[in-house]
Design a protein around this ligand. Structure first.
Ligand code: HEM
Length: 382
């Protein structure tokens, strides 16, 4: 074989084995990024159908950039879902899953910030081309619906308008794909199962929930005493505060009671299973233990992603109010009113946010048995 060919061969080594060899080929920036296609894809309806409107180019580009980022988010969520659905999840892959969730969250920050850029389009300039867009609407963003379904927004929780199924704007294949996503494991389900597999909830004689409820009741007792002993509030105020304290303790005890928790699931008050909730609480409370650090960061990132989604919905609905006032949307909804409701209701990981209700100060945490303490650390005991 000629020496030049050899020089141009790239040997890819995976796990120490030569897997394949690939020939270097050259590629031009333009071709690699398919720029002719991308830069040739801004077709102004206003130019085609009437008076060219200067700002329509901007409007198209903003939407296209969103769709490209949605594509990247889907790509990352697939990887995270595949990683976390393994039983057990190979430890070395957890860091990678966290890195990808962090990327999703950073992209979301751009998506929220981009609304400011969009708002340089004034309502009057928008009217120069808005009528050419009917019935095109964000309702028809297939990728947005995929992200919602992949994260785990249940179809029964969706706000609908005019009783339309959210899948109806899509073609048959797309509807099938969305239905399959709805019926397969979402990020919510995968995370729930992953949490349920968390070890340490029971460790020899140590039962986390029993010790935790004991700690809460000791803490409440001390708080009750402090209220009774203080001279700065009246007897009536003391009574009110003690009542609130008892309610808080009852809430926490109920959350740690399997039957009551399952009852709340049945009533639609919570969605996350009893075991997964306990695991999420344990991870949050003992997050300073090295072994729980990455699981905690993963939960925290999911909460941030959920929150950013809500923030985007809220910002988009406010932008729509400014742009359209009380006009209906090109997709036929009530516009701002509908969108604001979705910001309130299309909340996927509410139960992870609610874990904060159950948190107690570090100083009140039940002490862990020495053996368990050691298994949560990094120090090599060999
Ligand atoms: C001038 C700018 C915009 C206006 C006035 C606007 C208006 C609206 C309105 C009124 C709706 C409700 C559905 C309807 O009746 O049409 C909607 C939905 C939506 N829009 Fe926008 N939008 C704008 C920009 C964007 C951008 C840049 C994106 C990014 C992709 C976007 C994504 C969406 C999505 C995904 C929905 C569906 C939301 C849901 O059903 O939860 N919109 N938009």
């Amino acid at each position: 074989m000629n020496i030049i060919t050899n020089l141009y061969r790239l040997i890819i080594t995976i796990n120490g084995k030569k897997k394949m060899s690939k020939k270097y080929t050259s590629v031009h920036y333009n071709e690699y990024l398919a720029l002719d296609k991308i830069l040739g894809a801004q077709n102004l309806r206003s130019a085609e159908l009437g008076e060219p409107a200067h700002d329509e180019m901007f409007f198209i580009i903003v939407h296209q950039v969103y769709e490209l980022w949605f594509k990247q988010i889907i790509h990352e969520l697939k990887l995270v879902a595949n990683t976390l659905s393994q039983d057990p999840v190979p430890e070395y892959q957890l860091g990678e899953a966290l890195a990808k969730l962090t990327r999703v969250h950073e992209i979301q920050k751009l998506l929220i910030d981009q609304i400011k850029v969009l708002e340089t389009l004034t309502p009057l300039d928008f009217l120069d081309f808005r009528n050419y867009l009917i019935p095109a609407s964000g309702f028809q963003s297939f990728q947005f619906r995929k992200v919602e379904a992949m994260l785990g927004l249940p179809s029964q929780q969706r706000i609908t308008y005019g009783n339309y199924d959210y899948k109806s704007p899509f073609n048959e294949d797309q509807q099938k794909e969305l239905l399959e996503l709805e019926n397969s494991m979402s990020m919510f389900d995968i995370l729930e199962k992953w949490l349920e597999r968390t070890p340490f909830l029971k460790f020899n004689d140590f039962k986390f929930s029993e010790k935790y409820v004991e700690a809460v009741s000791n803490m409440t007792e001390r708080e009750r005493q402090a209220i009774l002993d203080t001279e700065y509030i009246t007897e009536k105020e003391k009574e009110g505060r003690i009542k609130m304290l008892d309610m808080q303790q009852e809430y926490i005890e109920n959350a740690m009671d399997k039957e009551k928790h399952n009852e709340m699931i049945k009533n639609g008050e919570v969605r996350l299973s009893f075991k997964a909730t306990k695991a999420a609480l344990l991870i949050n409370l003992y997050r300073d233990k090295p072994i729980l650090r990455i699981p905690y960061s993963i939960l925290d990132k999911i909460v941030e992603i959920d929150e950013s989604f809500i923030m985007w919905r809220f910002r988009h609905s406010q932008m729509v109010l400014r742009m359209l006032g009380r006009k209906m949307g090109t997709g036929g909804s009530s516009g701002h009113g509908y969108l604001k409701k979705t910001a309130d209701e299309h909340h996927i990981f509410r139960d992870l946010h609610n874990v904060s209700t159950l948190l107690i100060p570090r100083s009140e945490l039940p002490e862990l048995p020495k053996e368990l303490e050691d298994s949560l650390g990094y120090i090599y005991k060999g």
